[in-house]
Design a protein around this ligand. Sequence first.
Ligand SMILES: O=c1[nH]c(=O)c2[nH]c(=O)[nH]c2[nH]1
Length: 283
Amino acid sequence: MLGPNRYGKAETRLVRVHRDGESHGLVDFNVSIALSGDLTATHLTGDNSGVLPTDTMKNTVYAFAKEHGVGEPESFALLLARHFVHTQPQVHGAKVSVESFAWDRLGPHSFRRRGDHVRTTVVTVTADATQVVSGVSGLVLLNSTDSEFHGFVEDGYTTLKPATDRILATAVDARWRHAGDDTDWAASFEGSLAALVSAFVGTYSYSLQQTLYAMGAGLLEARPEVAEVRLALPNKHHYLADLSPFDLENPGEVFIAGDRPYGLIEGSVVRDDAPAATAEWWL
Ligand SMILES: O=c1[nH]c(=O)c2[nH]c(=O)[nH]c2[nH]1
């Protein structure tokens, strides 16, 4: 028997220049589309009469960018997802994911790509439900103090020493599910990002787990339109360098930046009256 399936065009790279007057606008997206529905025939017999080519999906991205312009990633993803569900009777669900790369303005038509985090969105549309998830990935944060880790379980294999002052660093991968599908997406994203960062900065931490909860709760407090936040926080370990062979003291000043393995702390923070999710959306 054929199990769950979907298909689409992954990673359509779109750059849209808005030439409205002297000063150009620039939008830089990576768009992935996945459609599901009545697709049994193509899998079992090769009958493609219900298959909208993935090539067409790519074309639709570029044509819509011209016809409708491109604003917030959530709005563009909603436009595309609704288009496929509403115009293709055999398509019952559309998932559109967008990575948005930020460019800082250098002049009226000059830009510099911002090197750090990527803004993300995943929109899922079916006949009777719409779900919008926004997020950020690759947001690297570091506190050089105000972090301790001790009181943990010690068994026969434990060698970790308790830490009363350590570096806490992570690359935030956060997604948050909106309660509705009509929000000021730009303000919501900027406010959510600011809330995550401010909780990381402002939390005196006894574990990355505690910081994770503070970040999720901080976002929910700041943004009433958000129902649930999921975070994946790699613990970017920094090891105090042993300088004693050289008769040098090292009171939390020289560190070895670890690469792997790394701790991976994951969790969600959800409003107690949050509406149920209508599609899978874990990271
Ligand atoms: O914040 C931390 N949480 C852990 O669960 C953990 N485990 C570990 O070895 N170091 C840390 N740090």
